[in-house]
Design a binder for this molecule. Structure first.
Ligand SMILES: Cc1cc2nc3c(=O)[nH]c(=O)nc-3n(C[C@H](O)[C@H](O)[C@H](O)COP(=O)(O)O)c2cc1C
Length: 167
């Protein structure tokens, strides 16, 4: 199976984890990019509002077409305001997952990973509706909002990489 790590990251934590996962798996890394950059406090408030209200965001089309070339995706993204984030909502809505295997990995500030299983379930429904299958789910601890703790998340990836390889 052609495999890739696909991720969205605003403040760099998920990106640090995704880079480590791609390196350890020896597969390409694809970034999900939004057309409009998020910035500062206004961006923070808007991001939470959009997540809570299930508002999608506009993505640069090249990231969707790149991800479509692969049939096993390790999909990594952060949690905002206890909800599925706008760029991932858009990505899942616009992708064709027919016959594909997806491994979901979320990260968030809360070490108890509250809401992560709910968010995985929401993502799974969207993936299954487009013909895909979620074969693994992992919840990681990222950083506090706006902070960077990339080394920690990279370490968490190292701990679970063996399990990911088996899926
Ligand atoms: C707008 C916003 C809302 C957030 N809401 C939550 C939340 O509800 N629960 C939580 O545990 N972490 C929350 N966080 C923290 C992020 O999930 C955490 O910082 C994550 O590691 C960020 O990933 P990134 O650096 O790749 O963007 C939020 C962060 C932002 C920016």
């Amino acid at each position: 199976m052609k495999e890739a790590v696909v991720y969205y990251s605003w403040t760099g934590n998920t990106q640090a984890g995704a880079e480590k996962a791609a390196e350890l798996l020896g597969v390409p890394l694809i970034k999900i990019c939004e057309k409009k950059e998020r910035k500062g406090l206004t961006g923070f408030i808007k991001s939470g509002f959009q997540a809570v209200n299930h508002i999608e965001s506009e993505l640069k089309p090249e990231c969707i077409s790149q991800a479509n070339e692969f049939d096993k995706l390790v999909l990594m993204f952060p949690i905002w305001a206890g909800n599925l984030i706008p760029p991932i909502h858009s990505f899942l809505d616009q992708s064709d997952f027919n016959g594909k295997k997806i491994i979901l990995i979320t990260d968030q500030a809360d070490p108890k990973h509250e809401k992560s299983s709910e968010i995985h379930n929401e993502a799974r429904k969207l993936i299954e509706a487009r013909g895909g299958r979620v074969v693994g789910e992992f919840s990681l601890t990222g950083a506090n909002p706006g902070k960077f703790n990339g080394e920690f998340i990279a370490k968490e990836i190292e701990e679970i990489i063996g399990k990911i390889k088996e899926l």
